[in-house]
Design a protein around this ligand. Structure first.
Ligand code: SF4
Ligand code: ZN
Length: 324
C-alpha cells in the first residue's frame, strides 16, 4: 500500500486517529510538524532558549531527542541522565545511546545520581522505608527526587527549560487522575501556560504532549531503536490507579482512537478559560529551611526533606549542589 500523503513510498504506519497510512518519511514529518506547532503555540521554548532534556534511556526519550535535535540548535541542548541506583538495573548502559547521540550532535551531557545528590541510592531508600514501615511506592519516591535533581541541575547550569518525554497518553492519565482526586490546582498546574510558582523553578515542558503512545512506539521501532530488555524492577509497583486508567484508556482508544486527543483539548480549553478569567497570581512559594528549595504553602519542610527525616536520614544541606 502506498503512503496516503506522498503516494510514492510504501506505507509502514497506520495512523489510526487520522485514518491515514504513512511512509516513514511522511510519518516523521507529521510528528515534527505537530511537535513544532505545540512548541510554538504554547512557547514551550523559544529559539534562543537553553533546554535541558531529561533522558531515561527508554523509547520516549529517544523519540524526544531525535525530534528535538531537528527543531532546536544542538549547542543550546543539554541532556541529563540521572542514575537512581536501582539494584539489578543499569541506568547508564540503558542511556548509552543518548550519550553517543549527544556527542555526535555537540550537545552537553550531564550525568548525576541519587547517591551523589542526596547520599543514597533509590534501593537503599526503599529498604529504609520498608524497615521503618513507611508506606511509599518506589515510583513516588523516585519521582520526587528526580524532579528535585533536575530542577536544581537546570537552575545551576542556567537552562531556561527542562524538557521531559511525557506523551499524550501519559498526560491524559494524569488529567484523569487529577479529576478523580478532584484536584483543581494540579489540573491547572499541568497546563503549559500555568503560572510558575517560584523563581527557583525552571519551567518543565512536554513537547510530545500531543503525540500518541502508539506513535512513539512505532517511531522508535521504525528508527531501529534497540528496545530495553530489562525494565526497572519497581515498574510493577507503579501506583495502581495510573495502571488501571492506562489499561482502560487503551480499551477506549481501540473503540474511539481520537479519545485521548479530545481529553487533552478539553483540558487545554477549560484551563485556558480559568487562567484568563481568574486572577491566579499566587505569592512566591516559601523556601524549605533545610534544603533551601521551594516548598508548598503551609508546610514546615519540603516533601523531600520531610521524607528523608522520616527515613532517619539527615536532611540535605541548604544550597547543596547536584554533582554533575
Ligand atoms: Fe523510578 Fe518507578 Fe520509573 Fe523505576 S519505574 S525508574 S522506580 S519512576
Ligand atoms: Zn527541603
Amino acid at each position: 500500500m502506498l503512503c496516503d500523503v506522498c503516494s510514492a513510498r510504501e506505507a509502514v504506519v497506520y495512523q489510526r486517529h487520522s485514518g491515514r497510512a504513512l511512509c516513514f518519511k511522511c510519518f516523521r514529518e507529521d510528528l515534527l510538524r505537530r511537535v513544532s506547532a505545540e512548541v510554538r503555540y504554547y512557547r514551550l521554548f523559544t529559539p534562543n532558549d537553553r533546554i535541558l532534556i531529561a533522558v531515561s534511556g527508554g523509547k520516549d526519550s529517544f523519540v524526544l531527542l531525535d525530534l528535538i535535535k531537528d527543531i532546536h540548535r544542538s549547542e543550546l541542548i543539554g541532556i541529563a541522565i540521572i542514575d537512581e541506583g536501582i539494584e539489578g538495573y543499569d541506568r547508564l548502559s540503558q542511556a548509552k545511546w543518548a550519550i553517543d547521540m549527544a556527542e555526535k550532535f555537540g550537545m552537553e551531557v550531564y550525568i548525576t545520581s541519587f547517591k551523589d545528590s542526596i547520599g543514597f541510592t533509590l534501593t537503599e531508600l526503599i529498604e529504609m522505608a520498608e524497615k521503618r514501615g513507611i508506606r511509599i511506592t518506589p515510583c513516588t519516591l523516585c519521582g520526587i527526587i528526580k524532579r528535585r535533581i533536575l530542577n536544581r541541575l537546570a537552575r545551576h547550569e542556567h537552562f531556561d527549560r527542562v524538557i521531559t518525554a511525557h506523551n499524550l497518553n501519559d498526560e491524559v492519565q494524569t488529567i484523569v487522575m487529577d479529576i478523580l482526586r478532584l484536584d483543581l490546582a494540579r489540573l491547572v498546574q499541568l497546563h503549559p501556560l500555568s503560572p510558575l510558582l517560584s523563581s527557583n523553578f525552571v519551567r518543565r515542558v512536554k513537547p510530545l504532549r500531543r503525540i500518541f503512545e502508539y506513535e512513539v512506539t512505532q517511531y522508535a521501532f521504525l528508527s531501529g531503536f534497540k528496545f530495553q530488555e530489562e525494565d526497572c524492577p519497581y515498574i510493577k509497583a507503579l501506583p495502581s490507579l495510573r495502571a488501571r486508567i492506562r489499561s482502560r484508556m487503551f480499551e477506549m482508544e481501540g473503540i474511539k482512537p481520537s479519545y485521548p486527543l479530545n481529553i487533552i483539548e478539553w483540558h487545554d480549553r477549560v484551563v485556558k478559560k480559568i487562567l484568563s478569567r481568574w486572577d491566579l497570581k499566587m505569592p512566591e512559594l516559601p523556601l524549605c529551611p533545610l534544603c533551601g528549595e521551594p516548598m508548598s504553602y503551609g508546610r514546615k519542610y519540603c516533601a523531600l526533606c520531610e521524607l528523608l527525616m522520616k527515613l532517619g536520614v539527615s536532611a540535605p544541606q541548604a544550597g547543596h549542589k547536584a554533582k554533575v
